[in-house]
Write a protein that binds this ligand. Structure first.
Ligand SMILES: [Zn+2]
Length: 165
C-alpha cells in the first residue's frame, strides 16, 4: 500500500486500536514461540466463555483498554503477573515501574514466554507482544523505559492477572 493511501486509512479509522489491527495485516512474521511453552488452542466460543468481555476484547481482538482504567496501575505488592488467558507467567513485580502512561509497565519480561511482531509498513510503530502459549495480545514494546534494559512493556491490565507472592 502506498504511504499516502495508508495514512488516509489511519485517518479514517479514528481509533488507535483499529489502526493497529490494520497494521497487523502487514506485520512481519512473528518470532517463533519458545520450545519450552506448550501451546493452548481454544475455539472462539471457548474463549468467550473463559474470558470477561474486556479480557476477550484485548486478548483475542487486540483492543487497547482506556489509559488509567486498570487496577494494576496501582499494584506494587510482591508477586507475579500472568496471562489472563492461560496463566503463563509474563512479568515479576520487581520489573514493574510507574511509567505515568496509564498502563501497567514493565522494563523486563520472561522473554521466552512472549512472541513479538513488528509492523513493517508503519512509521515508528512499536513492536507488539503476545503470550507465547495462547497467542493472546498483551501490548507493545517501546524503547523509552528505565535502565537496565531501556524498554517499556506497555501492557493492558485486562490481559494480566496478578498472583501475590
Ligand atoms: Zn496466554
Amino acid at each position: 500500500m502506498r504511504r499516502r493511501s495508508f495514512l488516509r486509512v489511519i485517518a479514517s479509522t479514528g481509533v488507535v486500536a483499529a489502526t493497529y489491527r490494520i497494521i497487523d495485516v502487514h506485520a512481519a512474521a512473528p518470532t517463533p514461540p519458545s520450545a519450552n511453552v506448550e501451546k493452548l488452542y481454544l475455539s472462539d466460543a471457548a474463549w468467550r466463555e473463559r474470558l470477561t468481555p474486556e479480557q476477550y476484547a484485548v486478548l483475542r481482538f487486540s483492543e487497547t483498554e482506556f489509559a488509567g482504567s486498570s487496577k494494576l496501575n496501582h499494584e506494587y505488592r510482591a508477586g507475579t503477573y500472568v496471562c489472563a488467558g492461560c496463566d503463563l507467567p509474563l512479568f515479576k513485580s520487581e520489573w514493574k515501574y510507574d511509567s505515568r502512561t496509564g498502563w501497567p509497565s514493565f522494563w523486563q519480561a520472561f522473554d521466552d514466554h512472549l512472541t513479538t511482531r513488528r509492523p513493517i509498513y508503519a512509521f515508528r510503530a512499536p513492536t507488539e507482544y503476545r503470550c507465547a502459549r495462547c497467542d493472546g495480545h498483551h501490548g507493545y514494546i517501546f524503547e523509552d523505559g528505565p535502565p537496565p534494559t531501556g524498554l517499556r512493556y506497555c501492557s493492558n491490565g485486562a490481559a494480566l492477572k496478578f498472583i501475590r507472592a
